[in-house]
Every structure is written in structure tokens, then in C-alpha cells.
Design a binder for this molecule. Sequence first.
Ligand code: DAT
Ligand code: MG
Length: 140
Amino acid sequence: MAVQRTFSILKPDVTRRNLTGAVNARIEAAGLRIIAQKRVHMTRAQAETFYGVHRERPFFGELVEMMTAAPVVVQVLEGEDAILAYRAVMGATNPEKADAGTIRKDFAISMGENSVHGSDAPETAAQEIAQWFAGNEIVG
Ligand code: DAT
Ligand code: MG
């Protein structure tokens, strides 16, 4: 396949526990390059926009609270089939169901505090990257 970009967030449970380096070591070991990165404290409006697709879900309020509770690290990853490659190293949304050796299996606290976000398709990756990074902040 082709070299692709995906959007990643190290969520508040990662920054709070000082695990940003440990999680990024897993990402880099999977062959993904971090080509843009910044630490931000999301506003409620930013979190609501980012997770807009889940607005009607019962966990939406809790999700926005969690994402704005502490700083996050937003990043762009690049590599062969980056979207699927990152989803594979992230593991399942529910950490109890995540495969051994995945980030969520090894670091996540719960379904809500599940350590990382990764885009699910090329269209969402492009939208998410554009929400958080200007073109000149991405250095591939
Ligand atoms: P993913 O992050 O694996 O793409 P998703 O897009 O379905 O999963 O959901 C986004 C986030 O919302 C997920 O990382 C954690 C939270 N979430 C999803 N389902 C949930 C649930 N049933 N209870 C609590 N939080 C949930
Ligand atoms: Mg998702």
C-alpha cells in the first residue's frame, strides 16, 4: 500500500501519568513517524467539535469532560498504511478486549480513559489533522 498520514491524540490519562514517552515509544516501534506534535489543553468547544460524530451517544458528556480534564498531545503520524497500522498498535476501544502488546491493553484505564485516539479512515484523518495543524506545522 502507500505512505499515509493519520491523526493521533495522547489523552489526558497519558499526560497525567507521565506516559507520553512510553506511548510514543510504542508508536515509533510500530514504524510510524511523528511528523507533527503539540501539547494542548482542549476547550470544551474543541472537544465537542472533534468528537461531533458521537454527539448523540450517551457517553458524549463524559467523553468531553474526560478530554478537557488535563492536557493532551496531538500529533500527526506518517507511515505505510498509517491509519490501520496505528489502529493495530492502539488495540480495541475497550481495553479489556484489546490484544496483548497493544497500547490500550498495556496503558488504558477504562473504556473512557483509553489512552489514545487514532483516525478511522482517510477522510476523517484529513479532517482531524486540519482541525489541529496548519500545513507548515507538519514536517514530514
Ligand atoms: P475509538 O477511540 O476506538 O475510535 P470510538 O470512535 O467508537 O472509539 O469512540 C470514541 C471514544 O469515545 C472512545 O475512544 C472512548 C469513548 N467511548 C466509546 N464508546 C464508549 C462507551 N460505550 N462508554 C464510554 N466511553 C466510550
Ligand atoms: Mg473513533
